[in-house]
Design a protein around this ligand. Structure first.
Ligand SMILES: [Zn+2]
Length: 206
């Protein structure tokens, strides 16, 4: 297992779950950014799978890491396994939606963030494609608790972008035009679907 991005062959993405604790310990914590995709399984119309948000968040993050590895070879980027949970009460009448409460989301973010922070990691990016305000509330509460306790730098870039008044004026269809948003979601990579590209743009400014 290589630990420096400059040494990673074929621009592969480091998967946290495939590393052992020695490799994780050996990471330069000042130069390592971890990515945590987290989005619920929920109804997305009759034409799309319940994992639409989750798969988009995960795949967009993976593709963004590949670009970041080229642009920032001095840094390390590690992808954590995608957490298939979120608060999505609004679609909970549909079979297939699994909604957990806001406090659970807070605790998940806090548990993962604090476990990493306890072992010296400093930078964590939460990657979600689910813009439910309750879901974001849970994420932000978890981020705050972890930052306050461990001094971790945790960011969630999509929410502030989606709910930005200036962006709304500039891109009125952003966010909740679901047919447009998710239609192309499952076209095969490397032909990145528009939604994934937009996700990357909004999340990582790539
Ligand atoms: Zn959603």
């Amino acid at each position: 297992m290589k630990t420096k991005n400059s040494e990673i062959k074929n621009n592969q993405v480091l998967l946290f779950e495939e590393m052992n604790w020695k490799q994780i310990e050996a990471q330069d914590k000042d130069k390592t950014v971890l990515f945590l995709p987290i989005s619920p399984l929920e109804e997305h119309g009759p034409h799309l799978p319940v994992g639409t948000d989750l798969i988009t968040a995960r795949d967009a993050t993976r593709e963004a890491i590949k670009i970041l590895q080229q642009k920032k070879p001095d840094l390390s980027f590690i992808l954590l396994p995608a957490v298939p949970l979120g608060y999505s009460k609004i679609t909970s009448d549909f079979p297939g939606t699994i909604s957990v409460d806001v406090k659970t989301i807070k605790n998940i973010v806090c548990s993962i963030g604090s476990s990493l922070g306890r072992h010296g990691f400093k930078y964590l990016l939460i990657c979600t494609y689910h813009m439910d305000l309750g879901h974001l509330k849970g994420i932000y509460a978890g981020m705050k608790k972890t930052t306050d306790t461990y001094g971790m730098n945790i960011y969630e870039p999509s929410g502030p972008y989606y709910f930005n008044k200036e962006v709304e004026k500039r891109e009125p269809k952003l966010g909740f035009d679901t047919t447009k948003e998710v239609h192309g979601c499952f076209r095969k990579l490397p032909d990145l679907p528009a939604s994934t590209k937009r996700m990357m743009k909004t999340m990582f400014w790539l």
